[in-house]
Write a new protein. Structure first.
Length: 231
């Protein structure tokens, strides 16, 4: 997947749009093709603004929660190493790329937007790793070990996903900056870190505080017990 292909996707939304290689401040170890803000010389026209709202290219920005979760996975590879990991709502693919870099047996980017999957594939190649692609959660591979998700709870109606994720894999790694209380006691907060959407969209400061949660198997012993093994 090429930079030109991503530019073509972006120009369906913004005629002046293009991507450039960037390293988000919240996870500088990963390079990504992201929206190049230098193309915006002056305000958006009415037509451009309407197009951006109608069909936003979410994949061309790296959101705070994705940066934080990717960085955390690189610092704590034991949670994904040797595992089959699926990243739900992958967007730019930064979390799937981080899982692959951290030693996942298989890292899969799942997103309903074909452009996002193209971006995830391009970003994986940019970082010297390969990832799988999944176009629909309903068609996900069987026997997942870990589900990851970042910034998917922006709509309260998405809260049922918390249970769906737990049913899909024995371990879930979740990053969120929108909901201060998840309402699901199975998710245990691991840490809180700060990051900004990249390129910066100047969101409210409260959305820059990202909480990381872990649900399911939390230790090697517990994992062995979960699959009926003895250590």
């Amino acid at each position: 997947m090429s930079e030109d292909c991503l530019n073509q996707h972006l120009r369906k939304t913004l005629a002046r749009g293009r991507v450039a290689v960037s390293r988000p401040a919240g996870c500088e170890r990963i390079a990504l093709y992201l929206f190049d803000p230098t193309v915006l010389e002056g305000p958006l026209s009415h037509e451009e603004a309407q197009a951006v709202v109608a069909e936003p290219a979410y994949w061309s920005f790296c959101w705070a929660s994705g940066q934080v979760l990717a960085s955390w996975i690189l610092d704590n590879p034991k949670w994904v190493e040797g595992k089959r990991v699926l990243d739900f709502g992958s967007g730019s693919g930064i979390v799937a790329v981080a899982a692959a870099m951290a030693g996942a047996r298989e890292a899969i980017a799942c997103d309903i937007d074909p452009a996002a999957l193209d971006a995830a594939s391009a970003n994986a190649a940019l970082n010297g790793v390969s990832i799988g692609l999944c176009r629909d959660w309903a068609d996900r591979p069987k026997h997942l070990d870990v589900v990851t998700a970042a910034d998917v709870l922006y709509d309260p109606e998405n809260r049922p996903l918390l249970k769906v994720f737990r049913q899909a894999a024995p371990r879930v790694l979740l990053a969120d900056s929108r909901m201060k209380v998840l309402g699901d006691s199975e998710y245990q907060r691991q840490t809180t870190m700060e990051a900004r959407t990249w390129p910066d969209l100047h969101e409210f400061e409260e959305f820059n505080k990202v909480r990381i949660y872990l649900a399911g198997v939390t230790s090697g012993k517990a994992e062995a017990e979960a699959v009926g093994l003895k250590k």
